[in-house]
Write a protein that binds this ligand. Structure first.
Ligand code: KIV
Length: 273
């Protein structure tokens, strides 16, 4: 039996994801930032919904993920949580809310858990944030790591190019993945690194590795929903597969509506009281 206060067996938890890795079942993950689209993803059977700080770009039109605030992330995450019955919801800790010290990181993560009801937080970085990761996990909050291309560090990298192509960066990535696993992360996103490297890490660590632009040798995949739905035509990295052309669908629908309003065809007799 399931009530609002118990976790049903059908609900995706961090333990379910771990079991999926063990039996070789791939994990599906997509971003969502609002109630309506999150409801569709949940009902379609997505395993994990990421309330990504990519909301800064996708929803607010910022050039980077840096400007989005903790309050704004909480607004998006609470909207998603109200829509979801089954998927695990992971929420990005935004830039500047966890890099300072472990106590600040804990306060940020606690606010997300208390004010949104979501299931986990995601944090970008390896060794440099490990004390904050540990402090949050000690408080009973599941943490998903994020390595490789970490967009919150774009001003350090200078470009969104493929990461860890050089030996030194690849070794640090491997070492960071092990450190995050040892710290207790339940999964790690690895973004835009060579497929061979990501596959090697997925074999070495026990926690699920979720890739974006990291090839097929990992334990699951994540994409930004608006990119895979073809809403955003301007972003076409090699790793992106588009499953729809909503840019054209929405453009055609809008043009049709404008034409009908202008011509007086809308509303017709059946569309009024
Ligand atoms: O914010 C985001 O959408 C992400 C994904 C790209 C993994 O972190």
């Amino acid at each position: 039996m399931s009530t609002a206060n118990t976790i049903s067996e059908k609900v995706v938890t961090t333990h379910v994801l771990s079991a999926m890795k063990q039996r070789g079942e791939k994990i599906s993950m997509l971003t969502a930032y609002d109630y309506s689209l999150a409801k569709i993803l949940d009902q379609a059977g997505i395993d994990v919904i990421l309330v990504g700080d990519s909301a800064s770009n996708v929803m607010a039109g910022n050039v980077t993920t840096l400007p989005i605030t903790l309050d704004q992330m909480i607004y998006h995450a609470a909207s998603v949580q109200r829509a979801v019955n089954r998927s695990l919801i992971v929420v990005d800790l935004p830039f500047g809310t966890y890099q300072g010290d472990p106590i600040e990181a804990l306060h940020s993560a606690v606010r997300i858990m208390k004010e949104t009801g979501c299931g986990a937080v995601k944090m970008e970085g390896g060794e440099e944030i490990i004390e904050s990761v540990k402090r949050i996990i000690t408080a009973g909050i599941p943490v998903m790591g994020h390595l490789g291309l970490t967009p919150q560090s774009i001003n350090k990298f200078g470009t969104y190019a493929v990461r860890a192509q050089e030996e030194a960066e690849a070794s640090k990535l491997i070492s960071d993945a092990h450190k995050l696993e040892e710290a207790g992360c339940f999964a790690i996103v690895i973004e835009k690194v060579p497929a061979k490297l990501a596959g090697k890490i997925a074999k070495e660590v026990k926690v699920p590795i979720i890739g974006i632009g990291a090839g097929g040798g990992v334990d699951g995949q994540v994409l930004v929903l608006h990119d895979m739905l073809g809403i955003n035509k301007d972003f076409s990295p090699r790793f992106l597969r588009r499953y729809a052309d909503l840019f054209s669908v929405i453009t055609e629908a809008t043009r049709g509506y404008i034409a009908d309003v202008k011509s007086g065809d809308f509303p017709n007799e059946n569309e009024q009281y």
